[in-house]
Design a protein around this ligand. Structure first.
Ligand code: SF4
Ligand code: SF4
Ligand code: FES
Length: 327
């Protein structure tokens, strides 16, 4: 590939003061290999269109403020090489730049992150120390290396919101807690200085919380710091059981999955909603069940046993044993 070439940036622009809806503006610029998308956008703003609006600060992958969607994927503009993106262009040498998903656009590539901040506040995304306010700063509250290890990866989060933008449930339900807020909550719950674990976990297991995640892994794939977000989600779910918070549809659902796998090795889908929601909760499901029935999507009433059931059962028992040892 050449080291200098003309590249087109198709940027989704929107100015709420004059535009009814967002539209793509195209900028043709000649760039050299080695330039990041952020520097390319700065070049366009400085030399082509001063109205182009985007957000950035550290330019070093630390502050998280420059996250945008580049060729359909949420990532940091300041650490993304233009030449790497040329390999994923749908149309040769044309890069598509859009604001993050799941946020209201303030202007062009700048989105309103207030709802995300409100969620961070709602779920107490900070350490609530046992030290009294008046004693803070007077005495050290140290964390030993072995205590820090379990939260090491989670502390890398820079709140860039790339995972928030890619989350399929956040797209469907704007009240959903979001992957990054679960990650933060997990990190705080595991912090040995924190005292708000019980209260935070109670909030996390309520509606729009941890049980709504569908394990699509989009957040994990999008994380700009390669943080294993799913481990945090599973960690918080595990904690609800440890704290005896099992009276939610999500917790019952998880328990039924485990019991079915241990039982016959296969999920008993026909009775799953009834066992999860109970008879009263099922009333709301009737229209959905009828719709599925009309489409011929009826789960088997007596599922066959899985031939490798014994091996699966042994695996589950091993995992349970290991998990008890860790506790
Ligand atoms: S795995 Fe869960 S939190 Fe992550 S993107 Fe999918 S639904 Fe959202
Ligand atoms: S978890 Fe990853 S993608 Fe999500 S906000 Fe933190 S650093 Fe960004
Ligand atoms: S400008 Fe700070 S992470 Fe990109």
């Amino acid at each position: 590939m050449e080291d200098r070439k003309q590249i087109t940036f198709n940027v989704l622009c929107f100015n709420p003061e004059v535009d009814e809806k967002a539209y793509f503006k195209s900028y043709d610029v000649v760039l050299e290999k080695g330039i990041t998308v952020l520097r390319a956008l700065n070049y366009i703003k400085d030399h082509v269109d001063q109205t182009l609006t985007h957000r950035f600060f550290c330019q070093a992958g630390i502050c998280g403020s420059c996250a945008i969607r580049i060729n359909g994927v949420s990532k940091l503009a300041c650490t993304t090489q233009v030449w790497d993106e040329l390999e994923t262009c749908k149309t040769k040498d044309q890069i598509i730049v859009e604001p993050l998903n799941n946020f209201k656009v303030i202007r062009d590539l700048v989105v309103d992150i207030d709802p995300m901040i409100a969620k961070l506040k709602k779920y107490k995304s900070w350490v609530v120390p046992m030290v009294k306010d008046e004693d803070l700063g007077k005495k050290e509250c140290d964390v030993k290396p072995e205590e820090f290890e379990p939260i090491n990866a989670a502390t890398d989060c820079i709140l860039c919101a790339s995972c928030y933008s890619e989350c399929t449930i956040t797209e469907a339900d704007r009240h959903y807690i979001s992957p990054l807020v679960i990650l933060r909550a997990y990190r705080m719950n595991m912090d040995t200085r924190d005292t708000a674990g019980e209260e935070r976990t109670r909030l996390l297991q309520e509606d729009h919380g941890i049980w709504d995640c569908t394990h699509c892994y989009r957040c994990v794939e999008a994380c700009v710091k390669n943080i294993p977000i799913m481990e945090a989600i599973q960690g918080v779910r595990h904690e609800t059981f440890e704290r005896g918070m099992t009276n939610t549809a999500g917790a019952r659902h998880a328990k039924i999955f485990l019991d079915d796998v241990k039982g016959g090795g296969r999920l008993k889908e026909a009775t799953l909603p009834l066992r999860t929601l109970g008879p009263i909760g099922m009333i709301g499901m009737i229209p959905f069940a009828l719709k599925m029935g009309a489409k011929g999507r009826v789960p088997p009433i007596f599922p066959h046993k899985v031939s490798t059931h014994r091996e699966v059962k042994t695996l589950v028992e091993q995992v349970e044993k290991e998990s008890k040892k860790k506790d």
